[in-house]
Design a protein around this ligand. Structure first.
Ligand SMILES: CSC[C@H]1O[C@H](OP(=O)(O)O)[C@H](O)[C@@H]1O
Ligand SMILES: Nc1ncnc2[nH]cnc12
Length: 305
């Protein structure tokens, strides 16, 4: 198990362009080996001004060495869980599938369309224990309700937000990658009701749910993907350029939101929406669960210890 003297209640996942939160005070680095291997990067435990502790993880590694299809997501979520994390705030660079979601805007989505190709390990329930998590509302809506006003507040000063809007109630398409979509695919996603697109929200959100953790995505729009005929289809240069412009705003949003949410997470008012939900989601009969399988699952769910 991961061990630290610190009580860590919130995990932050930094996406493309967000490889550190150097506006917070680091206190320790941990790198727990989980039954699913090591996380994408060591976890930096940092202290908030009010004293609360958070853990930061770079999704693709600090050198951006893990492609979206090969991020060790099960290890990432298990590593957070082993530190006692209850809430995960995940940052992600996304393409916009809508005219009114401009590059530089922030989006806190409420739905997901899965366009990954089944090549990512995406469950903790594939080795001897069968469990079916409820996933109709893939994010923690109660967390989002508290989060969105805080994101808006953080971006309100023009020198921070630079006029960025905050969009809610949107649908994120998660594609396999690493190549971007064709124009035809991009248009199809628009017809399906997709509003933004990335390569990372799955299986992250699903594994957080299986581990009974509260999860929300804070997406920053970097481009118009491939659907907009007046423009050339998205390139990585364009994404990275906008990302660097957005990174300081994201760090500011993270610091503001973490500080404001911490007391409610500590008191259990926020972050407990899914506590206990997996207890009856496991369908395998007790006598059929091997000690090895139970031991492995106990990393993410207390019922198996
Ligand atoms: C660098 S462009 C595509 C890449 O960016 C996004 O990463 P993240 O979600 O970690 O910010 C997208 O999901 C792709 O992995
Ligand atoms: N257009 C796009 N497609 C998929 N992932 C992205 N991340 C940023 N822009 C993206």
């Amino acid at each position: 198990m991961g061990s630290t003297e610190h009580k860590v209640l919130i995990g932050v996942i930094g996406g493309s362009g967000l490889y550190h939160l150097d506006n917070l005070t680091p206190v320790e680095t941990v790198n727990p080996e989980t039954p699913w291997g090591y996380p994408s990067s060591p976890l930096t435990i940092a202290q908030l001004p009010s004293g609360g502790k958070i853990a930061f993880l770079a999704r693709h590694g600090v050198g951006h060495q893990h492609s979206p299809s090969h991020v060790p997501v099960r290890a990432n979520i298990a590593a957070f869980k082993s530190l006692g994390v209850r809430v995960i705030l995940a940052f992600s660079a996304v393409g916009s599938l809508r005219e009114d979601i401009h590059p530089g805007d922030f989006v806190v989505p409420s739905q997901i369309i899965d366009r990954t190709k089944g090549i990512r390990p995406s469950t903790y329930f594939d080795e001897g224990v069968v469990g079916h998590a409820m996933f109709g509302n893939p994010f923690d809506d109660a967390l989002i309700k508290d989060l969105v006003p805080l994101v808006k507040e953080a971006l309100a000063p023009h020198e921070v937000g630079n006029g960025a809007q905050v969009h809610t109630e949107k649908c994120v398409v998660c594609m396999e990658g690493p190549a971007f979509s064709t124009r035809a695919e991009s248009n199809m996603y628009r017809m399906w009701g997709g509003d933004i697109i990335n390569m990372s929200v799955l299986p992250e959100a699903k594994l957080a749910r299986e581990a009974e953790m509260s999860y929300a995505l804070i997406a920053t729009s970097t481009d118009y993907d491939a659907w907009r005929v007046s423009e050339h289809p998205v390139t990585v240069e364009e994404v990275v350029k906008t990302l660097h412009q957005n990174a300081n705003a994201s760090r500011h949003v993270a610091a503001h939101v973490l500080e404001a949410l911490y007391p409610d997470i500590e008191s259990g008012k926020v972050g407990s929406s899914f506590t206990g939900t997996m207890q009856f989601a496991c369908i395998t009969k007790k006598d059929y669960i091997t000690r090895e399988a139970a031991e492995k699952l106990s990393w993410v769910l207390p019922y198996f210890s």
